[in-house]
Design a protein around this ligand. Structure first.
Ligand SMILES: Cc1cc2nc3c(=O)[nH]c(=O)nc-3n(C[C@H](O)[C@H](O)[C@H](O)COP(=O)(O)OP(=O)(O)OC[C@H]3O[C@@H](n4cnc5c(N)ncnc54)[C@H](O)[C@@H]3O)c2cc1C
Length: 369
């Protein structure tokens, strides 16, 4: 059994801590802060977690502690191109009860922390931070002065990872020049348990279904456009109605915020010895297909499958994450393109998916990420 230190207890770090403790390892989890307090209203930071990873999280005990008010199962998903062609995916296509869930990030993190706080092999250090890294001795010193020895140090400390800096990891990436506007709304009419996304030249817009006849509306545009439409609440409400009302009818705006979109990929996921990166510490991906935290969960599961073999983990995950990041960039670029040949090609591809029955394969592949 190994001694792990995990820096960062977000959704990925907390799930990694629980999975490793369940395997019999000793885990120390360090975070600058605990998860935020539970609130009755849905937060804007929501993730779609696919069914493959949702079942795995439940196998770690999540269903005992998660607040189901902030979990919305969805059974259908559709993508519509600029030409109006729509590809629909359903849970029944792959004989599953649901494709996954929409879950509030904070609710998921809190539920994991509740399990960790009771786990005999987990020590939570919060609020706390690492002040010294002795990589040769595999020892850390915390701000409190406490020293922690480790066999493996996991950096799950997000896009500005302190652990990655400590082992001199460089990143390749760029700013998309786009922002993602998130708006939680109360709908005037019931919606199906379905998520959808519509592509247009300036970027896609999408809906995530939530409990209690609410939904999260997502609008991707250039940073300038987002700043312009969200300059005051009246302008924002008008812009949202203009984009969404045809599809969902009337709605009431509850909360909103926008986030800049960046791509970042670590050139290495480890120091080759005893330090590894997982989740956003290793990769930040365009969120248009809701893959970010799913890739983080896949990192953890790959680590568990690789039996702590750092080289095998790094090779498996770097290749897979790179593939997914490229796919997102192609979708982001290709589906927004005004090039008539590309549009024609996409149209043919969509028809092909339906006719050739490739949908099942696409869903099954997406579930493995
Ligand atoms: C607009 C938007 C929408 C998204 N939608 C989806 C979606 O639908 N589906 C999906 O799968 N993904 C989605 N994502 C991506 C997803 O939110 C991230 O991939 C996920 O939050 C990453 O989790 P993480 O635990 O790796 O990192 P983080 O959530 O960043 O957690 C990092 C943790 O480390 C801690 N920390 C940071 N620095 C330190 C330090 N120095 N010392 C100690 N602790 C530290 C933080 O307090 C935090 O707890 C979306 C992202 C965006 C921007």
């Amino acid at each position: 059994m190994k001694q792990y230190v995990i820096n960062g207890g977000g959704m990925v770090g907390a799930a990694a801590a629980l999975a490793l403790a369940e395997q019999g390892h000793q885990v120390t989890l360090v975070d600058l802060q605990p998860p935020g307090a539970a609130r009755p209203a849905w937060d804007l930071r929501i993730s779609s977690v696919n069914q493959h990873h949702w079942l795995w999280l439940n196998s770690l005990g999540l269903e005992q502690t998660i607040d189901t008010q902030k979990v919305m199962p969805y059974t259908d998903l559709s993508v519509t191109t600029q030409s109006g062609d729509t590809l629909r995916f359903g849970a029944t296509d792959v004989n599953l009860p649901q494709l996954g869930v929409m879950v509030e990030n904070n609710t998921l993190q809190r539920a994991l922390w509740e399990l960790l706080s009771e786990h005999p092999r987990v020590s939570l250090k919060v609020p706390e931070r690492i002040t010294e890294f002795d990589l040769a001795q595999q020892r850390l010193v915390l701000a409190s002065g406490e020293a922690c020895d480790y066999d493996v140090l996991i950096g799950a400390d997000g896009a500005n990872s302190q652990v990655a800096q400590a082992i001199n990891i460089s990143y390749r990436g760029w700013d998309y020049g786009q922002r993602c506007l998130l708006a939680n709304v109360r709908l005037s009419q019931p919606q199906a348990a379905a998520t959808w996304e519509v592509f247009r030249p300036q970027g896609p817009f999408a809906l995530l279904p939530l409990t209690d006849q609410q939904a999260c509306l997502i609008d991707y545009r250039s940073s300038g456009e987002i700043n312009c439409i969200s300059r005051d609440e009246n302008t924002l409400v008008k812009a949202l109605h203009h984009t969404f009302a045809d599809r969902i009818g009337a709605f009431e705006l509850l909360s909103h915020a926008s986030f800049p979109l960046q791509r970042k990929h670590a050139l290495n996921y480890s120091d080759g010895q005893s330090v590894v990166l997982m989740g956003d510490a290793a990769h930040t991906i365009h969120p248009l297909a809701g893959q970010g935290v799913n890739l983080g969960f896949a990192d953890i599961r790959s680590w568990l499958n690789c039996n702590s073999d750092i080289a095998a983990y790094e090779q498996a995950r770097k290749t897979e994450n790179q593939r997914m990041m490229r796919a997102m960039d192609m979708i982001n670029w290709g589906f927004r393109s005004q090039n008539p040949l590309l549009k024609l090609g996409l149209r043919a591809a969509f028809k092909g998916f339906e006719v050739l029955g490739l949908k099942q394969q696409v869903i099954a592949r997406a579930m493995q990420t």
